[in-house]
Write a protein that binds this ligand. Sequence first.
Ligand code: GUN
Length: 297
Amino acid sequence: MTDERLIDGKAFAADLRARVGALVPAFRGVAGRAPGLAVVLVGEDPASAVYVRSKGKATNEAGMESFEHRLDASVSQDELIALVERLSADEAVDGILVQLPLPDHIDDKAVIAAIDPAKDVDGFHVVNAGRLAVGEDAMIPCTPLGCLMLLKDRLGDLTGLDAVVIGRSNIVGKPMAQLLLRENCTVTMAHSRTRDLEDVVARADIVVAGVGRAEMIRGGWLKPGATVIDVGINRVSDAEAGKTRLVGDVATAEALAHVGAITPVPGGVGPMTIACLLRNTLVAAHRRAGLADPEGL
Ligand code: GUN
């Protein structure tokens, strides 16, 4: 029997991808072309290569155009920026994603700044971070957007709930806090320097954990009935089984004795990121074509 408290991000993501795909023909009809997503990979990092391949495949499956650009790890920052500028000016490209991390000799910020904010489907450009903060239409980073979708699907209206976001990264923690604030939550941001994290977590109706430390948040810390979104993907060695396995930032088995709902790792937040990337690409395509945002996404 499946545990009703486990949030099935894989199923939600598959449904979202299908809904995005179903809206592509109408866009094609009006715009005379498919939405296009350009993904740029620098170097040979195996994990990044896997992500980029799955992004390209998902893009094609949704009926969109995928443009893949693979550059040698030795590429200069100026050459990479020149490519991003070309993609920013290319009418067939609605979304640009530069896979992170970049090699040490390249400044992420300078590269992201070269992306046309209208095509910034990662939501990493300062213009989009600013728009999100002041409540204007923004491109919203995919992982926190996926977390919010799962929360609203489970809880409905989030107004007045106490939410604790653990981790203050620009990719997850900060935009997550902005999104929860926009949903009228009372938001606390916790991080590696927070004192008495256990007490902070104990108050939360909603916990979003994105710290990158295996099973750091213990089940006994959680408020009974809390909804937990675990963004962590940590590889740990399982000596008994003689192999490695993936665990989240939350001790899931312990947490199940306390929570109302929790995302598993894997199969929780992970699949939502690519689904939201496709969603953002479709939204970017509509906005660039002067169309209203597609409904129901
Ligand atoms: N590397 C790991 N996750 C991401 C992501 O969401 N976007 C980009 N651009 N790079 C990543």
